[in-house]
Design a protein around this ligand. Structure first.
Ligand code: HEC
Ligand code: HEC
Length: 192
């Protein structure tokens, strides 16, 4: 399935009822918490938190994993045999969990904050992710996320190692150095 077909499929079943309670039971059965943490807050380096994530974004990413388009070996087994309805239920469950500022985030580094803010303003990150960086619909929440995951995934977009539903993020990371990406991740992780 190509990215356009993924979007079409997602729109086609967005009319169906999602059931967060069914999603909670499935998350338990498939042990999502083993990697993504209890109640969707990840305690594991480079593994994203899912709590309070936009349901449409989570749905699309799970389809990309299932179809082998976004390639993450650790996500192959959890997605095996998953139906579209089950994916929607999981997305509804994680969207319903509270998203909060991480308890373990360190103090903000002023130089990194300034550089991150400059890049974010220059590349209009908040035009899509919103001024709070909480996202909407297919655009993910990027505040409250693990800083190490943000850094890792932004570098993957830049290097063409992460494939999404479109290529906007790959283009947006063009020309940024590792230091720039580190600053951006730090800045995003320190938003309220
Ligand atoms: C063995 C560990 C493991 C298990 C179990 C696991 N995941 Fe993941 N998951 C990962 C890793 C690793 C990533 C991606 C990190 C990356 O992009 O490099 C990921 C990414 C994701 C993402 C993308 C989030 C984002 O912000 O980009 C979603 C959604 C997700 N997993 C949902 C689930 C669900 C739902 C389950 C249970 C059905 C599950 N995962 C089980 C390891 C796991
Ligand atoms: C044109 C709209 C748009 C703009 C501008 C934009 N983004 Fe995104 N962003 C998206 C979409 C859509 C996705 C999901 C794409 C996919 O399927 O991988 C995304 C994904 C992400 C992710 C992955 C989050 C996760 O949990 O997996 C990060 C981090 C991110 N964007 C950061 C940024 C930063 C930093 C900027 C500014 C440099 C930016 N974005 C600008 C639309 C945008």
């Amino acid at each position: 399935m190509g990215a356009a077909a993924v979007m079409a499929a997602a729109l086609a079943f967005s009319a169906q009822a999602q059931d967060a309670a069914r999603g909670a039971a499935l998350a338990e059965a498939r042990n999502c918490a083993q990697c993504h943490g209890p109640r969707g807050v990840s305690d594991t380096p480079i593994i994203p938190s899912l709590a309070g994530q936009q349901a449409e974004f989570t749905t699309l990413q799970l389809i990309l994993f299932r179809e082998g388009i976004r390639r993450v070996p650790a996500m192959v087994e959890p997605m095996r045999g998953m139906s579209d309805q089950q994916i929607e239920d999981l997305a509804a469950w994680f969207a319903s969990l509270p998203s909060e500022r991480r308890a373990d985030r360190g103090p903000a580094n002023p130089a990194l904050m300034a550089r991150g803010a400059e890049i974010s303003a220059g590349r209009n990150c908040n035009a899509c992710h919103l001024p709070t960086y909480a996202g909407r619909a297919n655009i993910p929440r990027i505040n409250h996320q693990r800083e190490d995951f943000l850094e890792h995934t932004l570098a993957e977009y830049r290097d063409g190692a992460r494939v999404g539903t479109d290529t906007n993020m790959n283009g947006l990371m063009n020309g940024l150095t590792d230091g720039d990406i580190r600053a951006l991740a730090h800045f995003l992780a320190h938003q309220e």
